[in-house]
Design a protein around this ligand. Structure first.
Ligand code: GLU
Length: 443
């Protein structure tokens, strides 16, 4: 069977990590089976349906690297290419829904009722064969015993979620519906609709919810609930992807850090855990640190540059070689890209901000006089390179009859604004003679 799965978010202006994880599990299953991953925006609720809300979803998926495989062709004159497809939008599929309502009416499975259209619901218990949860048997609720039929087209003409969701899964030939467990309560309705159309429903896999560390339901405002917060904190997308995998899925042997290619190989629905997942910020931070440490230099610089731009640094004002060299000095020194603004912002600022308390402690008159001597030595250097800078600093210290430390500290503070940071001689070389001399001119 050719597996076809989909992520079907409603555009709410917010991508919850539960949603991101649903997208990821669908994507992983498609990649694992060599199937197709479809993105469908469930935007029939016109009031919430804005371009910005859709962009939040697209941006989040792209950031995570979850590429979708098909959709209506883009407006690209060269024709659609992979990654260039628009997603499907329910708001553009009104004609399809009309046809499908007519089909149900023709079969006697739907009827007009007070201006709306209602579906004739199956009166028998429905068993949902779920690949994660096992068989779930749904009986009609007390209220449904009285009238189990439900509205599929509202009196204002708007089709209802259950209906469009099923029609699309049917038309898009979805083979596996992988979605949050909160939808389990809707699934009997969906199965009945599929059967009314005369087709077998897809296979279902309802994945457990993500809870707060204290076991409560995660709401919008809880720490880590929004994918955006990981971008803002400067997490690496690969670390977030790895982390999301662990929320509800577990490879054997309790392994936690796994490269994506390996996850794709191992991922399968029977291994999705049945119990709810607990959000664990410490684990996320740990993974962030691990990924950063092992990341190759190019990727580190790419993500580092993004983080600095997001933090408001105008990187484009600086030559590419300068940016590259500056970021290279940060490799292995930070745990999260969110730290980079504070750690390396001095490379990309015209003026260094120095904490007044630190300045008072470090810039004593004596220290100023020493730095002045060092500045004069730096000025004379024929080559402004790390090895020469180090020699000059050590020679100046020897002349002054002091150790290197009392010269290193005020120099670092004056040039970077901080007491710690990248290797001093390297950062001085990168900043260059003009900036260093200007910053060492302490008043
Ligand atoms: N639009 C629904 C949601 O965002 C999709 C449910 C489904 O995946 O079937 O929850």
């Amino acid at each position: 069977m050719n597996v076809r799965v989909r992520f079907a978010p409603s555009p709410t202006g917010f991508l919850h990590i539960g949603g991101a994880r649903t997208a990821l599990f669908n994507w992983l299953y498609a990649r694992h089976t060599g199937g197709t991953f479809v993105l469908r925006i469930e935007d029939t609720d016109a009031a919430r349906n804005t371009q910005e809300a859709t962009d939040v979803i697209l941006h989040g998926l792209r950031w995570l690297g979850l590429d979708w495989d098909e959709g209506p062709a883009s407006n690209n004159p060269a024709g659609p290419s992979k990654g260039d497809y628009g997603p499907y939008f329910q708001s553009q599929r009104g004609e399809m829904y009309k046809k499908r309502v007519q089909e149900l009416k023709d079969k006697g499975m739907a009827y007009e009722s007070e201006g709306a259209v209602k579906f004739k619901m199956d009166r028998n218990p429905i068993v949902i064969p779920d690949l994660v949860v096992g068989d779930v048997r749904r009986e009609l609720t007390d209220r449904e015993q009285v009238d189990p039929d439900f509205v599929i087209i509202r009196s204002d003409g708007q089709p209802v979620f259950h209906f469009v969701n099923v029609v699309d899964d049917l038309d898009m030939r979805i083979t596996h519906v992988i979605r949050g467990e909160d939808h389990l309560t809707n699934t009997a309705k969906h199965i009945a609709l599929f059967r009314a159309f005369g087709v077998e429903p897809p296979k279902y896999a309802h994945i457990p919810l993500i809870l707060n560390p204290d076991g409560s339901k995660m709401s919008k405002r809880d720490t880590g609930a929004s994918l955006q917060s990981y971008m803002d904190d400067g997490s690496a997308p690969e670390a977030v992807v790895n982390y999301l995998c662990l929320l509800g899925w577990s490879p054997k042997e309790n392994r936690e850090k796994l490269p994506l290619e390996e996850i794709v190989k191992l991922f399968d629905l029977p291994q999705v855990l049945r119990h709810n997942a607990r959000f664990d910020l410490d684990k996320m931070k740990w993974l962030d640190g691990e990924y950063l440490r092992e990341m190759n230099d190019d990727r580190f610089r790419e993500l580092g540059a993004q983080a600095l731009r997001r933090a408001g640094f105008a990187l484009d004002k600086y030559p590419a070689d300068y940016v590259k060299a500056a970021l290279t000095t940060c490799k292995g020194k930070i745990k999260r890209f969110g730290e980079l603004g504070a750690y390396a912002g001095f490379y990309f600022s015209d003026e260094v901000k120095i904490d007044p308390a630190l300045a008072e402690k470090e810039f004593t008159d004596e220290a100023k006089a020493r730095v002045k001597k060092l500045r004069a030595a730096f000025e004379q250097l024929p080559q402004f390179v790390a090895a020469e800078l180090e020699k000059a600093l050590k020679a100046t210290a020897a002349e002054l009859g002091i150790k290197a430390g009392p010269l290193v500290h005020p120099t670092r503070l004056a040039c970077t604004g901080a007491a710690a940071g990248p290797s001093l001689y390297h950062l001085l070389e990168i900043l260059g003679r003009d900036k260093v001399l200007q910053r060492l001119d302490i008043h």
